[in-house]
Design a protein around this ligand. Structure first.
Ligand code: GUN
Length: 292
């Protein structure tokens, strides 16, 4: 039976550390870190995510503001809002919740965010910095996964890590970070995606298996080597036979946990870590920007 990696406990530990850093920054410089969140449209999941992120900020002493725009907002209106925040010295972090309505060019909106305030790490400058190993902002989910590996002393150097999924938010940055010559890196990395003919053939060779697909049940016991570490990034809502719904990951937890040496649950695994790393990135932004 696998060790269950407790994302809630780790996230609480990180929030305590971030709180202390906020208090130190505020006492020594008077700066109160601020995160502004933009929600365009009324997607129910996004609405919950944004509200939770804002509540997390309150818990650690980060000021946060949510601005909601109608789904009919124009690209210019969205870009103008971001520009205003770029120029506001009380705003250290800017987060535009994705997805945004299709008539708005997501890439243009992300490019408008000042890279120094891009706490999601989605701006091409931060993506490029990550690729070549310079400091910037690491997207919150990959950052959270690295923190889990670090705090559970899971060795990555010389191991074979298999990442299933190639999204810009999770799969691609995580694969690059794991391959980088750095702590929680130096792994041999395989990326599997929808173009991979036989995913199990690759995942069965993983010492560390990370699934970031967003489809419940794509990782079964048959995909996993005995003793592997399994990190489940998926968050999927499924309907049970009795009509109720529940949150599940990509991994069939019961059968995979019988084979793995360590595994993250859903909920209570990667999700809370993502939220915690957003707080960390926001304080880092405030520390770097200072009073400028
Ligand atoms: N949508 C899904 N995940 C994320 C995230 O990490 N950041 C933002 N801005 N939008 C998201």
């Amino acid at each position: 039976m696998a060790l269950i990696i407790d994302g809630n406990a780790l996230a609480a530990e990180i929030r305590t550390e971030v709180s202390a850093d906020v208090a130190r920054l505020t006492t020594s410089t008077g700066i109160v870190p601020g995160l502004n969140l933009l929600l365009v449209g009324e997607d129910p999941a996004s609405t919950v995510y944004v509200r939770n992120k804002s509540k997390d900020c309150e818990k650690v002493g980060i000021r946060s503001t949510i601005v909601r725009m109608a789904a009919t907002a124009t690209e210019e209106e969205v870009v103008e809002q971001v520009r205003e925040w770029n120029n506001d010295p009380t705003v250290h972090g800017i987060l535009v919740q994705l997805p945004i309505p299709k008539h708005i060019n997501e890439h243009r909106v992300i490019r408008t965010i000042d890279p120094a305030k891009d706490v999601d790490g989605f701006h091409p400058e931060n993506a490029g910095r990550l690729l070549i190993g310079l400091d910037g902002f690491i997207p919150c989910t990959p950052y959270g996964v690295l923190e889990m590996l670090k705090r559970y002393n899971i060795e990555t150097s010389g191991k074979h890590a298999v990442v299933v999924g190639r999204s810009n938010i999770v799969g691609k940055p995580l694969a690059i970070l794991l391959a980088q010559k750095r702590p929680q890196g130096n792994a041999t990395v395989t990326i599997c995606h929808t173009g991979t003919p036989n995913i199990a053939e690759h995942t069965r060779r993983a010492d560390i298996l990370i699934s970031a697909v967003g489809v419940h049940g794509v990782i079964t016991a048959d995909h996993v080597k005995d003793g592997a570490v399994v990190i489940d990034v998926g968050i999927n809502r499924i309907t049970l036979p009795d009509g109720t719904t529940k949150l599940t990951g990509d991994v069939l937890f019961d059968e995979v946990s019988a084979k793995a040496s360590a595994i993250t649950p859903v909920p209570g695994g990667v999700g809370p870590m993502t939220r915690a790393m957003l707080l960390r990135n926001t304080v880092t932004a405030a520390e770097r920007i200072g009073g400028r």
